[in-house]
Design a protein around this ligand. Structure first.
Ligand code: ADP
Ligand code: ADP
Ligand code: ZN
Length: 216
């Protein structure tokens, strides 16, 4: 099962990806998560990427494609993957297409999640995450049981650097300009399915499962 999740920041890609992988046992590849791991470990890639991420800009295609190419070579990607936040530009989509055809793979579906800017801004400004296990929470819509602690591992939850109001606006602009054209790109390949990202988390997962259950 080879899937891409596309949608603006905060629409729920990460949340849905985590539900998808529980049901279908394929790896979740979030380029944002891999980049944040690199920042934490202070790798060369992380130090370079941080300057772009802090400003809400995209990390250069060359760096992202290198990272994805290495990740796709891992054994756990043999039976599929769920990409979340990748590709984000047309050159990245072209690069992915080459990587897949080199290994005789093809995409099964591109799931497009949509929500209004108003909802997105509300979700992003109240997003919190666990740096230890990666679980995503929301102070308004999906809060942890104990005040600001992860339900799974008890770690203190944190707010992402780029979830500040000024950066959120920049990221939304960049999404419209650089990432939204991918919807048309994948529509032409007849791969897109559209899902309303404004309903509740479990309803959205159910809709996605119905679509994915049809893939052979
Ligand atoms: P969100 O889930 O809010 O959309 P991500 O975790 O996917 O955010 O990405 C956070 C940041 O990491 C982006 O704003 C961008 O700077 C960088 N990033 C992640 N994925 C990519 C990508 N495919 N291409 C370029 N930059 C990326
Ligand atoms: P993305 O990966 O697209 O940036 P996330 O999955 O991180 O988005 O979700 C952004 C924030 O919104 C998180 O705080 C998450 O808990 C919350 N969230 C995700 N999906 C929904 C939903 N359907 N309804 C309400 N809140 C949601
Ligand atoms: Zn945790």
């Amino acid at each position: 099962m080879n899937i891409i999740l596309i949608g603006p920041p905060g629409v729920g890609k990460g949340t849905q990806a985590k539900n998808i992988i529980k049901r279908y046992q394929v790896p979740h590849i979030s380029t944002g998560e891999i980049l944040r791991e690199n920042i934490k470990k202070q790798t060369k890639l992380g130090i370079h990427a941080k300057t772009f991420m802090d400003m809400g800009k995209l990390v250069p295609d060359y760096d992202v494609l290198g990272m994805v190419s290495r990740r796709l070579a891992d054994d756990d990607c043999f039976h599929g993957f769920v990409f979340d936040g990748f590709p984000r530009t047309i050159p990245q989509a072209d690069g992915l297409s080459k990587l897949l055809s080199n290994t005789d793979k093809r995409l099964d579906r591109v799931i497009v999640l949509k929500a209004s800017d108003e909802i997105i801004i509300k979700r992003l400004s109240s997003r919190r995450s666990c740096n230890n296990c990666g679980r995503i929470y929301n102070l308004l819509f999906n809060s942890p049981k104990n005040d600001n602690k992860c339900d799974v591992c008890g770690e203190e939850l944190t707010q992402r650097e780029d979830d500040k109001p000024e950066t959120i606006k920049k990221r939304l602009d960049i999404y419209r300009l650089q990432t939204e054209p991918l919807i048309n790109y994948y529509e032409k390949l007849d791969l897109t399915v559209f899902i309303n990202g404004e309903s509740d988390i479990n309803n959205i997962s159910e809709e996605i499962f119905q679509i994915l259950d049809e893939i052979d």
